[in-house]
Unconditional design. Structure first.
Length: 477
């Protein structure tokens, strides 16, 4: 049971973030530790090793010279290398106390060395301590031909200076010291750089893992959520992947999308069926109205039937999908608007075209005619007359065709303008339900058609009172 709980925790967002944090911290601390150790264990600078090599060779040479020539040889060396301080010390010199004597090749004891040891045993001079091995001297290039005990002192002077002294014990137990000040230029530690590069690569892989398994599922979930709010959007299934919380959220979102679209489809089919079924008895009533007398009753009867027929037509128009499956065509917007204005004027309504400009847009003709017809009809209902203008305007996205339907009626309160663009919404008391009213679908149909044409619809106040509906269409290139 505890194992299942731990597995569920590690499969959650919190668990994976905790693992990511622990791995990143461990990598960082490991890289720092190894880098410090590598820097601390860095080998000596090459100049120190070269100086030591040279002094060992000089000591081997002096060990093979007669004692009388050794002093002369040292004087010549001092003259040739004034930067090096050569001294010949007695075996009991206080400066030799505390030194650790070592040798590289103890196995190579030639006869000269053995004779010197025998001589030292017969004399008064004490036998030197058996030298030890030292990896530093063993790593030098040229092996010793004579096993000469060596000692070294190294002291830093400042940030980039070091004082080096090499001691070489001759066969007669005298010691030759060579001292020099060397400027150190520390070479770049490639091992430290490699460790840092490895740490950066591992951190990058951890970041990539977080992007793939945490951020990408969250982004897909956000895109699918945003798609729900779009008009006529088809359900966008979310991949069920990632941590436990994201998988649960993805499953719930997929079920919610299916349910929402099922409800919308059921509502659309129901209302469309009701509208279609009601038009049949309305048509029969219209035919029977011809036999009604007197004429005043007949006229009122037909007026009510016309209003009912108009309401059903708008209801079916709103819930229809329009010509979404048809490709838009190039359309002369000015010709379409002019023909609709003439039709309303011929019907005896007060509709005037006050502005005119030739512009071509990409549109679906039937849907566009329904939109303009609804805007004009809405203005006539509440104001009795309207004016229509068409002009070219500039915007941030380029030139647009601007259609205005202007009325001087009661207008709409500022707080109601946004609500009136929703279906089944009507304005304030000035626009209550009467023989000129309807279901509140006129502006909703207009906005729906405008969105299908990538156009914007805006409600503004008319100067002097009234409502102006502005629709801006992108002009076809």
């Amino acid at each position: 049971m505890k194992q299942l709980r731990w597995f569920a925790f590690l499969n959650s967002i919190a668990g994976q973030l905790l693992v990511l944090l622990l791995l990143a911290t461990a990598l960082f601390l490991t890289g720092i530790y190894i880098s410090v150790r590598a820097a601390r264990d860095a080998p000596l600078a090459p100049p120190v090793m070269l100086f030591t090599e040279r002094q060992i060779g000089i000591a081997e040479t002096l060990a093979q010279l007669p004692e009388a020539q050794a002093s002369t040889f040292l004087e010549k060396l001092q003259a040739l290398h004034p930067g090096v301080d050569y001294q010949l010390l007695d075996g009991k010199d206080p400066r030799l106390e505390g030194l650790t004597w070592v040798s590289r090749n103890l196995a190579l004891k030639d006869q000269t060395h053995e004779e010197s040891v025998n001589q030292s045993r017969s004399g008064d001079v004490a036998r030197p301590r058996e030298p030890q091995r030292d990896p530093f001297f063993d790593s030098l290039a040229n092996p010793q031909k004579i096993s000469i005990p060596l000692a070294r002192t190294l002291s830093a002077e400042g940030s980039n200076m070091v004082h080096v002294t090499i001691y070489s014990r001759m066969l007669d137990q005298k010691v030759i010291s060579a001292s020099i000040h060397i400027q150190i230029r520390t070479p770049p530690n490639r091992q430290v750089e490699s460790i840092l590069v490895f740490t950066i690569v591992c951190m990058s892989l951890l970041l990539l893992w977080a992007i793939i398994f945490l951020i990408r599922p969250l982004r897909r979930l956000a895109q699918a959520t945003n798609n729900i709010a779009k008009e006529n959007a088809t359900p966008q299934k979310v991949d069920v992947a990632g941590p436990t919380e994201l998988r649960v959220a993805a499953l719930a979102l997929n079920k919610m999308q299916d349910r929402i679209h099922q409800l919308i489809d059921d509502r659309t089919r129901m209302l469309a069926a009701v509208g279609h079924d009601l038009r049949t008895p309305v048509t029969r009533l219209r035919l029977r109205a011809d036999t009604v007398e007197p004429e005043e009753v007949k006229t009122a009867f037909l007026r009510d039937l016309n209003m009912m027929d108009g309401l059903l037509k708008r209801l079916m128009t709103y819930f229809s999908k329009g010509e979404i499956d048809d490709d838009p065509v190039r359309l002369e917007l000015s010709s379409l608007v002019d023909s609709l204005v003439c039709e309303w004027d011929d019907a005896g309504e007060s509709v005037a075209l006050v502005g005119y400009a030739n512009m071509t847009i990409l549109a679906r003709p039937n849907d566009l005619m329904r939109m303009v017809d609804n805007l004009i009809d809405n203005a006539i209902k509440y104001a009795g007359s309207c004016e229509v203008s068409l002009s070219r305007e500039e915007s941030e996205k380029g030139d647009v065709a601007c259609l205005r339907v202007i009325d001087h009626g009661p207008g709409i309160a500022q707080e109601d303008k946004l609500h009136l663009l929703e279906p089944f919404e009507r304005g304030d008391k000035a626009r209550t339900m009467n023989d000129k009213s309807g279901f509140g679908l006129g502006l909703a149909i207009a906005r729906k058609v405008a969105q299908m044409h990538q156009a914007t619809l805006e409600l503004t106040d008319t100067v002097g009172g009234g409502l102006t509906v502005i629709v801006r269409f992108p002009i076809a290139s």
